[in-house]
Design a protein around this ligand. Structure first.
Ligand SMILES: *Cc1c(COP(=O)(O)O)cnc(C)c1O
Length: 358
């Protein structure tokens, strides 16, 4: 069992709830009749029950309306960069460039058709969400709702005149969303849903079957829908962790409650960054993410960066190193990161300030 004094702010794979890890441990030892979940066929009725239940809970927790399908696939969000374009782009699509993940999605789409970038924040190393105008004659508009590396987030469900596609890998299940505004949502599990291995895809059925190209079988959403996500062997253990995460969210009181908790954690941490004389954030205030809190040292204190890393580590704080393309620090405060962990980080920042400013 994880030591109580460790506070994990890893960006992904990220912290998972203790309950989820315990339930998974149990299933590894004995899923059914002494058989481990690692050695059971995905065609058994015991497993199919878990698949069905996971889908049902997903629908319930995210309030997914009729007309949408949910599938669970391997290959990560990165495979979706390609599958989205393959399945939805007839000729041209538009994209919002808000960072490395968005750029990777753009790169894959460019191999399939014409891509128009309708906004980019590259000029300031993606520290804000750019302005944009959505044209009405494109096949879809692709956004990344939460930019894991830079700590920016689109936190409202935007209106789009064309089908809206969203990579929600690092903020799915962090707040209630209006699914009806989206045509396709995808998210790999390892940030906010469970263990690495599975990607959750929510698709409005009516947008499929409209492209002229021949889609390779394994990349065809319709094939996976038809086969209930079991065209080939699904990532069984990761789906199990998603199942347990959904149970945990339900027990906590659902996404409205989760949102309140997340906003409170983010509020406390940003307040400390704004107050503390050693730290600052370069992220535009209105675009600050409630999932990944990025911060750096005030120029004057830059030489203390390694000292702070070491100091934080001594205090049980792990996973706060910023992405190599940004530097500084990043505290990922996904659903499963407790408010106690946030308080521990804040205390550490305060104590560090005390040590260095007299
Ligand atoms: C982590 C991440 C990805 C990549 O996910 P993989 O599962 O590693 O392919 C894509 N988009 C966003 C927003 C992410 O945070």
């Amino acid at each position: 069992m994880r030591s109580k004094s460790i506070h994990n702010f890893s960006a992904g794979p990220g912290t998972m709830a203790k309950e989820v890890i315990e339930a998974t441990e149990k299933a590894i030892n004995n899923f059914w009749n002494g058989v481990s979940i690692l050695e059971i066929s995905h065609r058994t009725k015991e497993w199919i029950k878990v698949m069905k239940e996971t889908k049902r809970m997903m629908k319930e927790v995210m309030d997914i309306p009729e007309g949408y399908e949910i599938i669970f696939l391997g290959g990560g969000a990165s495979l979706q960069f390609l599958m989205v374009a393959m399945n939805l782009m007839n000729k041209k699509a538009c994209y919002l460039d808000t960072g490395i993940w968005a750029s990777k999605a753009i790169k894959e789409a460019e191999n399939i058709g014409e891509v128009k970038i309708i906004g980019t924040s590259k000029d300031k190393n993606y520290t804000y969400i750019p302005e944009y105008q959505i044209p009405s004659d494109y096949d879809y508009f692709h956004i990344t709702t939460n930019n894991t590396i830079y700590g920016t987030e689109i936190r409202e469900d935007i209106e789009s005149p064309i089908p809206l596609v969203a990579d929600m890998s690092s903020d799915i299940l962090s707040r209630p969303i209006d699914i009806s505004k989206y045509s396709l949502i995808y998210a790999s599990a390892q940030k906010n849903c469970g263990a690495a291995g599975v990607t959750i895809i929510i698709i409005k059925k009516e947008i499929l079957g409209k492209v002229n190209r021949k889609i390779p079988t394994i990349l065809d959403y319709q094939v996976h829908i038809l086969n209930d996500s079991m065209y080939n062997t699904p990532p069984v253990i990761s789906i199990f962790t998603v199942n347990q995460t959904l149970k945990y969210i339900k027990k906590l009181g659902g996404l409205e409650k989760i949102k309140q908790l997340n906003e409170e954690k983010a509020r406390l941490l940003y307040a400390e960054i704004d107050r503390n004389k050693i730290f600052k954030t370069t992220v535009l205030k209105k675009d600050r993410s409630i999932m990944n809190v990025c911060f750096v040292m005030e120029d004057h204190y830059n030489q203390l960066e390694n000292d702070f890393s070491e100091y934080a580590f001594q205090n049980g704080i792990i996973g706060i190193k910023g992405h190599r393309s940004v530097g500084g620090f990043r505290a990922s405060i996904y659903n499963a990161v407790t408010i106690d962990s946030v308080h521990a980080l804040i205390k550490c920042m305060r104590d560090f300030e005390q040590l260095h400013i007299h």
